[in-house]
Design a protein around this ligand. Sequence first.
Ligand code: UT7
Length: 320
Amino acid sequence: MKNIEIIGTGMAKAKRCITNDDLAKTVDTSDEWITTRTGIKERRFCSEEEDAYTLAYEAARNALSSANVKAEEIDCIVCGTISGEYVTPSMACLVQKELGIKEDIPVLDVNAACSGFIYGLEVARGLLNSTGGSYGLVIGCEHLSKLLDMEDRNTCVLFGDGAGACVIQTVEGGLYQSVLGARGGYEIAVEGPGKERSIIHMDGKAVFKFAVEAIPKCLHELQKKGNITLDDVDMVVCHQANSRIIDHCIRKLHADAGKFYKNMDRFGNTSAASVPMALDEVVKTKKAKVGDTLMLVGFGGGLTWAGVLLRIGEKHETIG
Ligand code: UT7
């Protein structure tokens, strides 16, 4: 089985910026509570003309251009999302059509909630290997604001909208490991289509407890499988649910806090979009460059967890 590396990243921010003070006008909360409990200062919500698909399309286009890969070179598309406009066609199929990506390739969505993008990387790796493809497009996109009960302060202050994407390339040799799992559970739940409006329900405390076990477990297993230590890793990009979760894990692992990227202050928790959005910022701000080693870690609904160890690469001109 060939390994994969990331050769381009992109993101799309939703247009409406909602601050903690904005929310405090309509629900019993405060900037002080949200900032100290979560690290979130503001989040982006879709405007009237935006949705998960428009964000996914923009992020995908940006990723293709940063990878210098043409749409027609893509050999599979996998999208992590729980908030697409359609149950079918999948978000990945909508992006395929709009970008003019070829037809005879696998194109699908993955539902692993906040772990969806990382599950997507592993699924895309498997598909590229089984089809002999070279380049994959992996997206994470969410329009969570439409799933929020804006009267429930336990959830409405936490989530935001956005999309991130990356282009991956198969490589001979290289470095790649993955850890995927799920415990099953309703601690984070959103009803499917039915009579009632779908909204996000969450037992925050239970998920917090789960998260501070899941992240170190993923990082430990990736180190063991890759036969490396965190000292050999250039950046760690965790799901951006709560800065206290990440700080807790840094303390538990006695890790270098400077390697753990955070951007939940500006975007909140964007579920499947959070890791690829953070990854794009890590790359664009040159916190990680070609040849660097990354660990990406997600956790979330279904009590799923996912981690990958991989490198940033450059388009291999001889492929395809
Ligand atoms: O992407 C999926 C992954 N999701 C997560 O990782 C979420 C993980 N969980 C968390 O991040 C945290 O548990 C929360 C941020 C959701 C909550 O923080 P907490 O420190 O666990 O607070 P809590 O739920 O124990 O609530 C403490 C108090 C309660 O009041 P009482 O019962 O002590 O009087 C809440 O009613 O804070 C109250 N509270 C709020 N107060 C002001 C809850 N939400 C708010 C709010 N503003 N927005």
